[in-house]
Design a protein around this ligand. Structure first.
Ligand SMILES: NC(=O)c1ccc[n+]([C@@H]2O[C@H](COP(=O)([O-])OP(=O)(O)OC[C@H]3O[C@@H](n4cnc5c(N)ncnc54)[C@H](O)[C@@H]3O)[C@@H](O)[C@H]2O)c1
Length: 294
């Protein structure tokens, strides 16, 4: 596991979003100076409490200004970037709109970080690149980072291209550290109430192999990724240690994906989105479970 000190000042994009709010709260709690940016919200402390700048990331000039401390009242450059802003799922906006927004925002963030001399970038990739919604069964389970991305939507295609783009930015700059976090489905505590009902129909949540990520554990993964100091681009699946189901992971796979090879002895509720690499390399260890709240 590679670890170094956390960066002093970090810009978080998508800061008023579901994951962004948890990440900003967590990073500030561990002493990181956060510049929160988003194109929405911000004046209301319920959105984000603390330093905030309204930025449309599809405008490169705004991104450069944010990253270099050029904006009035937001002086001081940043040491690292956490890029979470995106249209966060397929089907929310037209495919072309999703692609145009997400690809432009991410290119601008990566390029502005390079222009500003920032050497650490952590960004939100997605579990979707593993082949969600698994209409084509996964190659094996638990799924992990060892097979090539299998995007099945425009949203996911863009996430896969971002991972490729990061590899090239790192080829251009041998000092650059870029960490892509392939988050599972993000949950707040108030989302957990219906979880016990999922058991009635194993098909209901097979689309992501019954995975999820508690936003607070997602924030912990971001903190761990910010401390990662191995130059180059790398990606990690980030999920909770268990599934959303009460029945066993082995029985779910046997019923829904009977032909899929199971590559390890599965714990009773063990995640089928492998977090072994994140545990090993980043020191990520989920602290929460929906079972503690329902
Ligand atoms: N929610 C999930 O289940 C999930 C799963 C895997 C990955 N992700 C990824 O995690 C990240 C955060 O997702 P979330 O659930 O918090 O989504 P969210 O919609 O709650 O937050 C995303 C934020 O990005 C902002 N944004 C979008 N385009 C922007 C732009 N051009 N300029 C500035 N801000 C912009 C939005 O205003 C919003 O506040 C996204 O990259 C998403 O793709 C989410």
């Amino acid at each position: 596991m590679s670890n170094s000190a956390l960066p002093r000042r970090v810009v978080v994009t998508g800061a008023t979003g579901k994951l962004g709010r948890a990440v900003v709260t967590h990073l500030r709690a561990v002493g990181v100076d956060v510049l929160a940016v988003d194109r929405a919200g911000g004046r209301d402390p319920r959105d984000v409490d603390g330093e905030f700048l309204l930025v449309d990331l599809t405008d490169y000039g705004q991104v450069v200004e944010a990253f270099t401390g050029g904006a009035d009242e937001h002086a001081g450059g940043v040491d690292a970037v956490v890029h979470l802003a995106a249209v966060p799922a397929p089907g929310l906006m037209s495919n072309a709109t999703t692609f145009a927004n997400n690809s432009a925002a991410t290119y601008n963030v990566f390029a502005a970080a390079r222009a500003a001399g920032i050497k650490r970038v952590v960004w939100a990739s997605s579990e979707t690149v593993l082949g969600l919604p698994f209409d084509t069964p996964p190659p094996y389970a638990p799924v992990d980072e060892e097979y090539a991305p299998r995007p099945e939507s425009t949203y996911s295609l863009n996430k896969a291209l971002e991972e490729e783009m990061a590899r090239h930015f790192c080829r251009w700059d041998p000092e650059l550290v870029m960490v892509g976090l392939r988050f599972s489905n993000v949950m707040d505590v108030e989302d957990y109430a219906p979880f016990p009902s999922f058991d009635a129909d194993p098909q209901l949540r097979r689309w992501n192999l019954w995975g999820y990520i508690d936003a607070r554990d997602g924030a912990q993964a971001v903190e761990r990724a910010l401390a990662h100091d191995q130059p180059g681009a790398d990606v990690f699946v980030i999920a909770n240690a268990d599934t959303v189901m009460s029945r066993s992971s082995a029985s779910l796979m046997a019923e829904v994906y009977p032909g899929v090879e199971i590559r390890k002895d599965l714990g009773e509720h063990e995640t089928l989105l492998s977090i072994d690499k994140a545990r090993r390399v980043l020191g990520y260890e989920p602290r929460h479970s929906w079972r503690d709240h329902v």
